[in-house]
Design a protein around this ligand. Structure first.
Ligand SMILES: C[S@@+](CC[C@H](N)C(=O)[O-])C[C@H]1O[C@@H](n2cnc3c(N)ncnc32)[C@H](O)[C@@H]1O
Length: 347
């Protein structure tokens, strides 16, 4: 599939190449003995999945076992060895079955040129705009999709969208004519769930994204109300390149998963400059407790920077003076996503 040209600002590691360049283990030669042993383990795992598909067994248990085994292998292997296993998995003949799943295929092929684009999220959000992509997949692809779109990480991603909409609604209950900013807004699907927006209680809901296609989708779908998307990158925010004013709620969802710690710290600092006194910044990150990591990194070619609650506190503590803010870190209901909030005290 042709990849649309998009200039990535490189402050977010949204391709596996960018992650690899940033990764301290890349370039280190893995232990040959361990590599041989893990390669054999991987081959067994993938052959079993292949035999299941070839024997027309039900797809969900095949993919469930495969994902669980890849998770274990990723955890047990040294990082340098795991890195070498990824292309071996991607080249295995079982991929021809897995890539029939529209979710896995979109993620692997990256039609927008980077991982985790907003259309991919629409696929696991089960959004009507993705119905055609799902319906045009093979029967096996749809069967695998029924599993992958209900995997714990996908459930957590849909809950994240609900949490964003609720956070906007809570802000609107607290403040008349609240102003909201979404950094890396994608298709801003949480606008569809917000009661405050539906009832006209917001002054403005601004979205920024590096991808002009996503910006255009938001402006098309939400035309005629207070929602407005603009071209904008993390790098631009770090450079204070935009005149945005200030907001009662600023949030970044589906972004910190691609930000190295130093960029995450600086983004939090800049974001707090955009928060009004009494307002807050909310950020989310897939947690290091997810069990779909091995499947995502191999067959979806979708590596994420996973974080724990301690990692979120580490970012918060490095970014802000805890005497002038109130901060909180909590997990979503299945612990696949961890959230941080930083409230700026009233002046
Ligand atoms: C996983 S999607 C999240 C979309 C939305 N926030 C959500 O939670 O549904 C990631 C979005 O981040 C945007 N993005 C990634 N890196 C970015 C950067 N450096 N600057 C601006 N946007 C970025 C992508 O274009 C994409 O729309």
């Amino acid at each position: 599939m042709a990849k649309a040209k998009l200039r990535l600002d490189k402050s977010s590691l949204i391709t596996s190449d960018l992650i690899r360049k940033h990764d301290p283990v890349s370039g280190l030669a893995p232990d040959p003995g361990e590599l041989r042993e893990r390669t054999a383990q991987l081959a067994l795992i993938l052959d079993l999945a292949y035999q299941g598909f070839a024997g027309q067994q039900p797809a969900a248990p095949i993919v469930d076992r495969l994902a669980g085994r890849l998770h274990e292998l990723r955890r047990e292997a040294s990082p340098g060895v795991w890195r070498q296993l990824i292309p071996l998995a991607q080249e295995h003949r079982v991929a021809k079955y897995l890539l029939q799943d529209p979710f896995t295929r979109w993620s692997f092929e990256k039609p927008r040129g980077y991982s985790g684009d907003a259309s991919l999220l629409d696929i696991y959000y089960k959004h009507p705009s993705a119905a055609g992509i799902v319906a045009s997949s093979s029967a096996l692809g749809q069967e695998i999709y029924a599993y992958t779109s209900d995997a714990p990480s996908s459930v957590a991603g849909r809950e994240r969208r609900d949490i964003l909409a609720k956070s906007v609604d809570e802000t609107a209950n607290r403040i008349d004519q609240a102003e909201i900013l979404a950094i890396a807004c994608g298709h801003l699907r949480e606008t569809e769930l917000s009661e405050a927006l539906a009832r006209g209680k917001l002054k403005r809901w601004v979205g920024l994204d590096q991808d002009p296609v996503s910006v255009a989708v938001v402006n098309r779908d939400r035309a005629g109300n207070v929602v407005e998307a603009r071209d904008g990158s993390v790098r631009g925010i770090l450079r204070r390149a935009y005149s945005l004013g200030t907001f009662d709620l600023v949030y970044a969802s589906g972004l910190y998963d691609y930000l190295p710690r130093a960029v995450g710290v600086r983004l939090l600092q800049r974001s707090m400059e955009l928060v009004k006194p009494g307002g807050r910044f909310l950020f989310a990150n897939f947690s290091d407790e997810i069990t779909t990591d091995g499947y995502m990194e191999t067959f979806m070619d979708w590596p994420l920077l996973l974080r724990s609650a301690d990692d979120m506190w580490d970012i918060i503590n490095a970014a802000v003076d805890r005497n002038v803010v109130e901060a909180e870190v909590y997990y979503g209901s299945n612990r696949n996503i961890v959230y941080g909030t930083v409230r700026k005290r009233e002046a």
